[in-house]
Design a protein around this ligand. Structure first.
Ligand code: PMV
Length: 320
């Protein structure tokens, strides 16, 4: 009655921001992401009839805060009448800081819990279950370039291009390692209710998805760069114009954008994207990764750098 799974976070190039159904956690818009390789969360789930309550450790420390969300996810995967679980999560990158730790955590948890409960769900079902816990987690079930679509009352994820077929590099510039001030669910709701730009964001998303899909199909880096930066800045404009405003950036975030602009001016194949946090993800052609990494490392306020390629989707390590 146990399973261990590993999942990588993913970074959205065309972002998910806003929900059309809060209860079922259905996104208001489709999204396109890349699954990373070197960053990961490993989840061990052990169902045990002798336990009175679920217990969670994160990086070997007891954790009460995340437990209710993880327990709810286990109920959806294994059924509410399941035995209680011992859950151990280990993560090799900062948690809840805009680095998509919830995506890798819930993708790994879903796969590990299904194995522990002896359920043989297909990837579509696992993605749907992971997505109910964290919208972006559904995309980490698959590797490479992944599109998440709204289909009827559910979501569907599909691979647009394998990791090895367009091996881009992602340089993550960490400008602050603490947890974010406002969680994404709350921030999305504030945006939906109060931002004057929210409805045009939803209306324009299909066009941005079409552009990005076409760029990926033809491996057109410049085209992908332009639409990904545009979509990212549009998402942050919604947040900035919300009431209260939500600004996840700090001064170093802005300096990293200037560094990326300078690199582009030197002809380097690189673009930026930023999620609900102050970190800057620079997506680049592998031949320019060393220059991008050096330039971001030299940018004032950058406290750490993580460089990664694109990787595979979540998978089971062992079951018993
Ligand atoms: O899945 P959540 O609730 O962590 O929301 C993800 C939101 C963004 O990271 C900002 C965008 C995205 O598509 O991943």
């Amino acid at each position: 009655m146990q399973g261990t799974a590993i999942a990588q976070p993913n970074i959205a190039l065309i972002k998910y921001w806003g929900k059309r159904d809060i209860d079922r956690n259905l996104p208001a818009v489709g999204s396109i992401s890349i699954t990373l390789r070197e960053l990961h969360t490993r989840m061990h789930v052990e169902l045990d009839e002798a336990l009175d309550a679920d217990v969670l450790t994160v990086n070997d420390e007891p954790d009460e805060n995340m437990l209710p969300r993880l327990s709810a996810c286990l109920d959806r995967v294994a059924g509410a009448g399941r035995p209680r679980a011992r859950i151990a999560s280990t993560c090799n990158f900062p948690i809840a800081a805009g680095l998509a730790s919830s995506a890798s955590s819930f993708a790994a948890l879903t796969v590990a819990a299904a194995a522990a409960a002896g359920k043989s769900f297909d990837v579509a079902r696992l993605a749907s279950l992971a997505g109910q816990a964290s919208g972006s987690a559904a995309r980490s079930l698959l590797g490479g370039f992944v599109e998440l679509e709204n289909v009827g009352d559910d979501i569907a994820c599909r691979s647009l291009c394998d990791a090895g077929d367009w091996p881009l590099t992602v340089v993550v510039a960490i400008t602050e390692s603490g947890p974010k001030a406002v969680g994404s669910t709350e921030a999305m709701e504030i945006s939906r209710r109060t931002s004057p730009f929210y409805s045009s964001w939803v209306d324009q998303q299909a066009e941005d998805l079409d552009t990005a899909r076409a760029a990926i199909a033809t491996r057109d880096f410049e085209k992908l760069a332009a639409i990904a930066e545009h979509n990212c800045l549009k998402m942050h404009s919604i947040m900035w114009a919300s009431r209260p405003p939500m600004v996840y950036w700090n001064a170093a975030t802005m300096r990293c954008l200037q560094t990326v602009r300078q690199l582009q001016g030197q002809g380097k194949g690189v673009f930026f994207t930023i999620d609900a946090g102050p970190q800057v993800k620079a997506v680049c052609l592998p031949e320019h990764a060393a220059a991008v990494e050096a330039a971001l490392r030299a940018t004032a306020g950058v406290v750490d750098i993580m460089t990664t390629g694109l990787g595979e989707g979540a998978h089971l390590e062992n079951q018993g």
